[in-house]
Ligand binder design. Structure first.
Ligand SMILES: [Zn+2]
Length: 419
């Protein structure tokens, strides 16, 4: 029986780059291996053929009997694991999904192209939710100021619009990709087959703040600004029998391999980023791997490249030393496309910097003199003697496209699709 340690003294996992004060919650066992790494081991021990059969049985009752409604709802974007999820749902399970997407407004041309190609390739209907842009800006100003987050509206919209659509269309089954709490920190075993909950969304996706909490917190916001982000009440969810399942509990999840399969089979396109080595996720957004990622570094002392490196270490495609070298190389890269964001939000770069500096966590950042910051985050606290930073790894990501905003003075607010 392994002994679980609490995180009184922050300790790093001996296998991946996570520390026991990970914001999603993580524990180390008596061998110094984290819960995320331990649950990852299930990927090589579970009987995935049997789990696939469980999934087939699970979705069977949700097939529309007369073909007059959709079988399920699949939340998608122009990136993430959208292609693979739709591939599994439509081509392998034979379900007829309604795709839904929340317009987060930070759209890249590549993301709009990927999303258009997705619905054409897989021959699916799609619903797009465009919340009034003035409200989205007001909400973003408020969450940036209060929580140092420019992404609250994106997380809120992406996680609630599929649930609202399930209720409105009377389609109870929502199919998500992987559960972030399982993939990153091993919050649950795959065998628990956890489903979507209101609670997880609030605690982790929304930083503990529901739409109504914003309303009571900010006198700059009104009911008109937040109602679109409100989770349906339990009575409505029960009437329709809404359930949200995660494919990662039934399919051996491997985002890198899946993206490469989708690039070859369905024309998913990718781009390289300065702040991480993973060229596959988040190509639909100008901010997720730039300004949003920098704010993650300010607040939590690590950024997305540490998530990507920890994931690749677990799959055996990076050594720990290589992962740490990649984290150090990428995490201090300056974010790009900040002017696009300032133009959209209506703030100057100086006032944005002032606002974001307020959210630098003093545990990781100190200011020896005005305007000069010293970083003491996760990557600086690990043993450097084992780091081999020769820039070579067996973990190659292929970029098909180059992200470019030179011809784009502002965000593409509404994408018309793609030929
Ligand atoms: Zn670990």
């Amino acid at each position: 029986m392994s002994v679980r340690r609490t995180c009184l003294t922050p300790l790093f996992c001996r296998r991946c780059l996570y520390r026991c004060d990970h914001p999603l919650g993580l524990v180390l066992d008596d061998e110094g291996i984290c819960s995320g790494c331990r649950i990852h081991e299930e990927k090589d021990s579970l009987d995935w053929t049997a789990r696939w059969e469980r999934l087939k049985a699970l979705v069977k009752p949700y097939r529309s009997r007369d073909g007059r409604n959709y079988d399920c709802i699949v939340p998608v974007t122009g990136a993430h694991d959208s292609y693979f999820i739709v591939h599994v749902v439509k081509e392998r399970l034979g379900l007829n999904p309604l795709l839904v997407t929340y317009n987060k407004y930070f759209n890249t041309e590549l993301g709009i192209r990927n999303l258009a190609n997705l619905r054409i390739r897989f021959d699916c209907d799609i619903l797009v939710q465009h919340v009034n842009p003035a409200s989205v800006r007001r909400v973003t100003r408020a969450t940036l100021r209060q929580f140092g987050s420019i992404y609250w509206h994106c997380f809120a919209g992406q996680t609630v619009f599929p649930v609202q659509t399930a209720v409105r269309y009377g389609v109870p089954l929502i199919i998500w990709g992987a559960h972030q709490g399982i993939e990153q920190v091993g919050m649950f075993s795959h065998e628990h087959e956890v489903q979507m909950t209101r609670r997880y969304r609030k605690d982790h996706d929304l930083m503990g703040q529901e739409a109504d909490d914003l309303l009571s917190m900010f006198d700059t916001l009104t009911e008109d600004d937040v109602w679109q982000y409100r989770y349906p009440d339990d009575g409505k969810l029960d009437d329709v029998g809404v359930v949200g399942i995660y494919l990662g509990n039934y399919v051996r999840w491997d985002p890198k391999a899946q993206h490469e399969q989708m690039m070859a089979a369905h024309g998913y396109r990718t781009a390289r980023f300065a702040r991480t080595f993973d060229a596959y996720d988040h190509v639909d957004c100008f901010n997720y791997l730039h300004l949003h990622d920098l704010l993650k570094l300010y607040k939590h002392g690590y950024s997305k490249v540490t998530d990507h490196a920890s994931r690749e270490i677990r799959y055996g495609r990076l050594t720990r030393a290589q992962g740490l070298a990649l984290a150090r190389r990428h995490e201090q890269q300056p974010p790009e496309y900040v002017d696009l964001f300032c133009e959209w939000l209506g703030v100057t770069r100086t006032s944005l910097q002032f606002l974001t500096d307020l959210h630098r966590n003093p545990e990781y950042w100190s200011q020896p003199e005005p305007g000069r910051w010293t970083f003491r985050g996760w990557s600086t606290l690990q043993d450097a003697t084992t780091v081999a930073d020769d820039g070579t790894t067996a973990c190659a990501f292929a970029a098909t496209d180059v992200m470019d905003s030179r011809d784009q003075p502002s965000y593409i607010i509404v994408g018309k699709g793609h030929p």
